[in-house]
Design a binder for this molecule. Sequence first.
Ligand code: PLP
Length: 372
Amino acid sequence: MRLETLAVHAGHDADPTTGALAPPIHLSTTFTRDEALRLPHDYGYVRESNPTQLQLEEALAALEGGTAALAYASGSAAGVALLQDLEPGSHVLFPDDAYYGYLITAEGFLGRWGIAFDVVDMGDLDAVRRALRPSTRLVWLESPSNPLLKVTDLAATAAVAKASGALVVVDNTFATPVLQRPLALGADVVLHSTTKYFGGHSDVQGGALVLRERGALFDRLSHARHLLGAVASPFNSWLVLRGLRTLPCRIETQSRNAAAVARALLDVRAVSAVHYPGNEDDPGHAIAARQMSAFGAMLSFRVGAGEEAAKRAVGRAQLFYRATSLGGVESLIEHRRTSEGAAARAPGDLVRLSIGLEHPDDLIADLVQALA
Ligand code: PLP
């Protein structure tokens, strides 16, 4: 089945007890035993699993082409679950432009857990080879990256990592399975903040791991999630499930809008650089064109006159909402360094855009006036 069909149908059957077409939200935290003290439906307690969360996981696995998925309370919880699974003495390789929250987590926690890590430019395969150690257990990829939209050759990098025995995870939050299928390119695990495009309406927090194989890793992650409690709630699972039904058509339109905005920014005098892999002169364009079916709805740009001018431009936006996060139907603008706060890694002249479903001409007009 094609992705558009799966998005509508995966993990979805009319409710057998009532015939309800829309899935019920099973809010119950606990499930009853029969006279012989068995759990007739295999559900016992919400932290272990519940029907709405399982429905979401079935759909997520189908969309990413995996065999199993685990829904988490946030994208951060999903990513950290993989790090918590590592043995002390392990080594992890992160990309230099990974979502800053994961890099801060690595800096703040991995040492305490006895885990070493390095940060490399994943666009430089020789640098990746040099950074790999016999103890490297996990290679973390994110493409396109947040916030610089750097593109990594997923197949080539996964092959190098796997040759040294490391597990490969790809944060596919920006691209979504509509545009990019990391498991088909050699990844073992796909990571999502479902807070973003899967939810799609800026009203739910969630995360997910989708696994190529339902094996020992899945069992360990399920066990840890049960005990540590990072599971997605039934209501949040339901909202993400509802969001993913329209994911392909939202991504298609939002990507088209972003391409128009990114092209228009090239002609704005105040803009010194545009980071968008869909622009033909972007350093990531050739690889993105190979591994993605379109270039996504996230972009960032640099303001030539520097940080204060970038902040002023963001302050003058009228149609874009000034807010962090991404993936909703409304377009967002942020001075990325301000959003990242005290631990900021983003350059001061960087403005990040999440392009929504508005008409691109209106978005372009707003940016042109803000940057005039
Ligand atoms: N991955 C990427 C690419 C993100 O942009 C974010 C959040 O912005 C996350 C992961 C973390 O997700 P969450 O905010 O759901 O914890």
